[in-house]
Write a protein that binds this ligand. Structure first.
Ligand SMILES: [Zn+2]
Length: 433
């Protein structure tokens, strides 16, 4: 056990080192070069500090939890800079280490695909039979200024209505709901929605949530708006705002490659939570003006969720197979064929697999490592939330009316590595007794 003073010093030292790292990253961003001597000194200090913290297998209290997470985080940061300085190519393992993706989540991709193949195929057929698509949803003609202005205003009105209505609704469901008041919801012309944590702007993508009918009138894709609000608003935005509001050690409040995969797991979870919440509240559906079509929105959300998950996991599994160096020279046609066959065994859309593999045929470095950008897509496959929920369930706390506030405030407070996130959930769950 560390004394109070020693622990305070440890956190202060970590804060000062991570601040230096942050300054260096800003420098590198501006001048496109890393000051290598300074970086060398920094990486040694970070590694030494990590080394000085005792290894704790399974933390038994808050203090041990913070220490073990700090050790993990500092180690991860030092691996990252160390690699940067070495100039070595990025192999598969280095990237998944930098992103702190648990091996078990990568290894469970194939079993998941096997288990869900039939179910997903059924969802596709059901989706086709249940939906009578009688006209195309056309993209907005944003190149025409009057259309663009009209779309901006149209999207803005709907976003405001959703933000106000959902904000009030969620406040009644969970303690963390009040924090939505600190967030501004605005439209953006970007293709993807995002949360800007410096300005607290929840920016929802106009092209994603709006479309034009064949007769030129504008329409909202309510399902898209609900999932974007769930993912970016209830997930990323609340995660940041609540993290900053709490009394957490500095290192748990800072973005890092070590905690992005957890943040995505959290955001994906809340994307699903919001649609389930809405299902239970006809009154909120009415306030949003979607009660007449909600059952359709809901079923489509469920079916497309299954589809999308299947597609994403197929891509992630393909990355895992493509990145497997043990299968031989990645540009050898025989190896390419073998890899395609392995991926196709669990894929529904074989054409997609074929074109994915072909497109990436030459996307390897001279040592046979798959392109690092592509490998880093695996950050979306970590599933700490799933394990966190299990920890709560073991202690009799479920994600329902009663247990929800407790789980929400645990999940949304702090930026943790996947392992730290689950440990934190375990301790919070045990704390209730
Ligand atoms: Zn996200």
């Amino acid at each position: 056990m560390m004394s109070f003073n020693k622990r305070t010093n440890l956190l202060e030292e970590a804060e000062s080192l991570l601040e230096k790292l942050n300054r260096m990253q800003k420098f590198t961003d501006k001048y496109s070069i890393t000051p290598s001597k300074e970086a060398r000194r920094l990486v040694d200090s970070i590694a030494n500090l990590a080394e000085s913290i005792p290894e704790i297998e399974s933390p038994q209290n808050q203090e041990q939890l913070i220490q073990s997470e700090l050790k993990r985080r500092l180690k991860g940061e030092s691996v990252n800079i160390e690699h940067l300085l070495s100039g070595r190519p990025y192999d598969f393992k280095t990237i998944t280490d930098i992103l702190a993706i648990p091996d078990e989540d990568i290894l469970s991709l194939r079993p998941w695909l096997e288990e869900n193949k039939e179910k997903t195929q059924e969802a596709v057929e059901r989706l086709f039979c249940s939906r009578n698509i009688d006209e195309y949803e056309l993209p907005l003609a944003s190149d025409i200024p009057s259309v663009r202005r009209q779309a901006e205003e149209f999207a803005g009105v709907h976003i405001q209505k959703y933000h106000k209505t959902l904000g009030k609704f969620l406040q009644g469901l969970t303690e963390v709901g009040v924090f939505l008041r600190d967030i501004n919801a605005v439209p953006t012309t970007q293709e993807r929605s995002y949360f800007d944590c410096l300005r607290n702007n929840l920016a929802l993508s106009i092209p994603a949530i709006c479309f034009s009918r064949e007769d030129g009138t504008l329409s909202i894709r309510d399902k898209e708006l609900i999932s974007a609000y769930g993912h970016e608003g209830m997930g990323h935005a609340l995660n940041f705002v609540i993290t900053r509001s709490g009394k957490l050690p500095h290192f748990l409040t800072k973005n890092s490659w070590q905690n992005v995969s957890t943040a995505e797991s959290v955001a994906q979870f809340y994307e699903n939570v919001l649609i389930e919440d809405l299902k239970k509240s006809p009154e909120t559906q009415r306030k949003l003006g979607i009660e007449h079509k909600f059952s359709e929105i809901y079923q489509e959300a469920k079916d497309t969720k299954q589809l999308r998950e299947y597609r994403i996991r197929t891509l992630e599994y393909a990355i895992f197979v493509l990145g497997d160096k043990s299968m031989g020279n990645p540009e050898d046609p025989e190896v390419v064929r073998k890899k395609t066959d392995i991926i196709c065994e669990v894929a529904i859309d074989k054409n997609y697999v074929q074109s994915l593999v072909q497109q990436n045929r030459h996307n390897f470095d001279s040592e046979g490592n798959l392109n690092s950008q592509l490998v880093s897509e695996l950050r979306y496959c970590a599933e700490p939330v799933h394990r966190g929920l299990e920890e709560f369930a073991k202690n009799g706390v479920n994600y329902d009316e009663k247990g929800r506030s407790m789980i929400d405030s645990t999940f949304l407070k702090g930026l943790w590595t996947p392992i730290g996130f689950v440990e934190n959930a375990r301790l919070s769950a045990q704390d209730i007794h």
